[in-house]
Each structure stands twice: as structure tokens, then as C-alpha cells.
Design a protein around this ligand. Structure first.
Ligand code: SF4
Length: 237
């Protein structure tokens, strides 16, 4: 993911060499790839869509709180993924229950997604491995696979037998990570993530808008930070 300060204005040269003024938005890695192949009109339209979605997202959060905001963003992402079907450029999506190779990848989440996950874990009494999260929080997207001991890269919410234990409320990034390749290749330790994968454009736009509105960080860092803030608030109350 490109790290930028959301909401800031920037002036840059487009592919034709024209100077363009634009509001900075957060873009997921996949959306950045989409943007790279867009012309200026398409990019401007995309930025406008993100800005409109940010406004809408903030309104939901202000009215109904962070958990509902994250929940509704996930519902909208799922709807877009469903609409797009299971085929892309002649390839079929190969993701299926029980295949969880992608759960070794670095995942960014928003503060609202962290609130949703924490509330769900509390309600369902789901164990959170805080020690592992502390260790994982020391690694960035760049160093995640290269510097961590391989078994430490696995998401702490993955149960090897039953799968993702927060599946209903898993992050948007997990929802829109779709492989078009041999599932074995999703073992990022073997392939370093070089697989044929596919993210639905509008779903990436929705995720990017939520990130633009309130920022994002690695799942480990964001969960730790959100828990600390919540504990502090609870002590005050
Ligand atoms: S939250 Fe669930 S789907 Fe996402 S990486 Fe963790 S185990 Fe996998």
C-alpha cells in the first residue's frame, strides 16, 4: 500500500506530462495497480468516487459508530465481489474453503475494522494472541515475509482446522484477495506472493475510501493501538 497523507492536495505530472491537481487518497496496492493503467479522466473519476464515498462513510460513522461503519463497508465490498462473479479475463477464482495460504500475508486494517474485530472477539469469546500480535507489529509490509520466522507470518485468527475464526467480520483486505492461480502458489513463502490474483475495482475503491477517511495500519498494530485506547477509555469511565 502506498503511504500518503489522506486529504492533502498534490500536484503531479500525469502520463501525458500535464500538471494535475488532485486530493490525495489512500489506495490499496490493487487500486494503485488499477490507477497505473488509467487515463487522467478515469483517474479523476476514481478520485471523485473515493471522495464521495469518504463523505458517506464519515456520515455513517458519525451517526452509527465505528462498528456499523466497518460492517456496512464490508457488506458493500461483499456485494461488489458477488456482482463481479467468479471469472476474470478467462480465469476462474480458485479460492475455496479450507485453502488459507493467503493468511500469511501482511494485512492492513482501518481503526473501525479493529473495533469490529475486537467487539466480535469479545462477544464470541474468541482468543486473541496478543503476544504474537506484539511480535508481528514490529514488521512492516516490506519486511513481513523477508524478516519474520515463517510460522510467525500466519494470521493469529487462523485456526488450522476450522479456518478463520473471525470470518464473518474478517477485514476488507481479506475479502477481496482472490486467486486466479493454482492454490498451492498462494503459499507466499514459496512464491513470494507472485501469483495471478484479482481484486474487484469498486471493492478496492470502498476499502481505499475507508482508509482515506481514518487511516490504516497493519492488523497487529491497529488491534494493539485500538485495544489500548479502549482500555484507557474504560478506565476513565
Ligand atoms: S483475518 Fe481471517 S481471512 Fe484474514 S488473514 Fe486472518 S485468518 Fe485469514
Amino acid at each position: 500500500m502506498k503511504t500518503i497523507k489522506p486529504g492533502e492536495e498534490r500536484i503531479y505530472k500525469n502520463k501525458n506530462g500535464d500538471l494535475v491537481r488532485s486530493v490525495m487518497v489512500c489506495c490499496t496496492e490493487v487500486l494503485t495497480q488499477f490507477k497505473d493503467s488509467m487515463n487522467i479522466d478515469q483517474e479523476t473519476q476514481l478520485t471523485k468516487m473515493i471522495e464521495a464515498t469518504v463523505k458517506e462513510y464519515k456520515e455513517i460513522k458519525e451517526k452509527e459508530g465505528p462498528i456499523t461503519a466497518a460492517y456496512s463497508m464490508h457488506a458493500a465490498i461483499d456485494k461488489e465481489i458477488k456482482k463481479s462473479g467468479n471469472e476474470h479475463q478467462g480465469f476462474s477464482v480458485t479460492c475455496k474453503k479450507g485453502c488459507d495460504w493467503c493468511c500469511q500475508i501482511h494485512v492492513d486494517i482501518t481503526p473501525d475494522e479493529a473495533e469490529l474485530i475486537l467487539a466480535h472477539c469479545e462477544e464470541k469469546n474468541i482468543f486473541i494472541g496478543w503476544d504474537r500480535l506484539e511480535r508481528q507489529s514490529k514488521f512492516s509490509e516490506k519486511t513481513w515475509l523477508s524478516d519474520q520466522i515463517s510460522h510467525e507470518t500466519w494470521c493469529g485468527f487462523l485456526n488450522p482446522i476450522t479456518g478463520c475464526c473471525i470470518y464473518k467480520h474478517r477485514p476488507g483486505a481479506c475479502r477481496n484477495h482472490r486467486s486466479l492461480d493454482d492454490p498451492e502458489k498462494c503459499n507466499v513463502i514459496m512464491t513470494n506472493g507472485k501469483i495471478r490474483k484479482y481484486g474487484v475495482l469498486i471493492a478496492e475503491m470502498l476499502q481505499s475510501a475507508a482508509m482515506t477517511a481514518y487511516g490504516a495500519d497493519s492488523m497487529a498494530k491497529m488491534l494493539i493501538k485500538t485495544k489500548k485506547l479502549n482500555d484507557k477509555e474504560n478506565q476513565k469511565a
